[in-house]
Design a protein around this ligand. Structure first.
Ligand SMILES: *Cc1c(COP(=O)(O)O)cnc(C)c1O
Length: 428
């Protein structure tokens, strides 16, 4: 009823787009019902095709950290578009944004721009393999690093939601080089080092996991990975596609106080345009073509519109670092409000939060890894999701996703959200 037009649009979409969407989680398979088609967005609000206004807690899955249609970003894109949208030749803007990232992020000398987080992670692993001349990588169950073959081994969020953790099309040969460990479990990592001495090129990890709900690293976990990598001449890759420019200027490296060897970025970095990047110290990055032998390229990499958006976004974050604490405070108010309401109920729950990433899990066990995340009651989650949507609050449509707050959210929006949550709980 409220989603008649979205429903019609979804019907048409399904005729010409597989599943009606260009990325699976948008299809609402995990929660049922009709995906909401968006007409436009501004600040903290989505305006859908059915005329509803929704408070947005996904922020395009992270990028819209300052809210939708943030003026300086929009202005930068418009101004740049008049000068042409792509040249396949270098621009000064690419150096400017690279300099800014190198200034904001600890422990990197050089950065290479690509077009998505997937590409960034895929390329970072190739570089790590080329640099170490080893073939295997360790990844963690429930961590998502994009949809490239090597990572589709218990890959969290979308892949889990659709019950295809090991996707058809990924070869045995590829899978055998991706060793699976458990998040927050150093022993599971140590075992791989013992079984495959001098063969592990890299550990890739979400420094704060956000693709199995939000799962912060336990004390000592990241430090332990760092130590093991040092002991085995293995590179530590922080996939900061989600955490980069969200948790702090310097991302999770700064926030956790642990440095990695290679970092991948995306989401916030592009200000809402398709951008990814990977970065490291000079001796690693110089292995990349044309300087070194590891090949990587892209027709639209460093695209001027995308760079203009990203540069405007990062400039604002760099000059207004209070955004990060402001975001965290908003998330805290929401978290504390939800806890206060939930504690009056006897239903089991866990709320995980780190900075402005958080998630609610309907289970009585602490959610610390993929196995415990999978214990959540999905029927409860579905009811919760739709109850909130009916009241004008757009949450991630999967229990395996983190909420991403944006700084356009007002106190009033959070109050509104908590009221909706209270109404939902009353009928729970
Ligand atoms: C979103 C995400 C990716 C993939 O980025 P895309 O731009 O969707 O390809 C990789 N790693 C993490 C941690 C992510 O959250």
């Amino acid at each position: 009823m409220r989603y008649q037009r979205s429903s019609t649009l979804f019907q048409s979409a399904q005729n010409v787009i597989p599943g009606g969407v260009n990325s699976p989680v948008r299809a609402f398979k995990a929660v049922g019902g009709t995906p909401v088609f968006v007409e436009k967005a501004k600040g903290a609000y989505l305006y859908d095709e059915d005329g509803n206004t929704l408070i947005d807690y996904i922020s395009s899955w992270g990028p819209m950290i300052l809210g939708h249609a943030f003026e300086p970003v929009i202005e930068a894109v418009k101004e740049r578009a008049d000068k042409g949208t792509s040249y396949g030749m270098p621009t000064e803007l690419e150096t400017q944004i690279a300099e800014l990232v190198v200034e904001m992020v600890p422990n990197i000398d050089k950065i290479r721009m690509v077009n998505s987080g997937t590409e960034a992670c895929m390329s970072a692993v190739r570089l790590a393999r080329g640099y170490t001349q080893r073939e295997k990588i360790i990844k963690f169950a429930g961590c998502y690093h994009g949809h490239s073959d090597a990572f589709l081994i218990q890959a969290g969020s979308g892949a889990v939601t659709f019950g295809a953790p090991n996707s058809p099309g990924v070869t045995q040969g590829t899978a055998k080089d991706s060793l699976l460990a458990q998040y927050n479990d150093l022993e599971s990592v140590r075992n791989h080092f013992e079984q495959h001495p001098e063969q592990i090129a890299a550990i890739i990890v979400e420094p704060v996991a956000g693709n199995m709900g939000c799962i912060p690293p336990q004390a000592g976990f990241m430090e332990g990975l760092r130590k093991m990598c040092d002991a085995h001449q293995t590179l530590l890759i922080f996939d900061e596609v989600m955490t980069g420019f969200r948790l702090a200027k310097g991302g999770a490296q700064e926030s956790l106080g642990v440095t990695a060897d290679l970092m991948t970025y995306g989401k916030v970095l592009g200000g809402g345009l398709p951008v990814g990047a990977f970065a490291a110290r000079e001796e690693i990055m110089n292995h990349l073509a044309p300087e070194g032998p590891v090949y990587q390229a892209g027709t639209l990499s460093g695209n001027p519109l995308a760079m203009a958006a990203g540069y405007a976004m990062l400039t604002h974050l760099n000059e207004n670092p209070q955004v990060f604490s402001s975001l965290e405070n908003k998330a805290k108010v929401l978290e504390q409000g939800m806890i206060a309401l939930l504690d009056k109920k006897s239903k089991p729950y866990q709320i995980n939060r780190y900075g402005s990433m958080m998630s609610l899990h309907f289970t009585d066990q602490a959610v610390v890894d993929f196995k415990t995340a999978a214990l959540g009651n999905n029927d409860h989650f579905k009811t919760y999701f739709h109850a909130m949507l009916d009241r004008g609050v757009y949450l991630p449509p999967s229990a395996f996703e983190s909420y991403f707050l944006n700084d356009a959210l007002s106190e009033k929006d959070i109050d509104f959200t908590l009221n909706a949550f209270q109404e939902y709980l009353e009928s729970f």
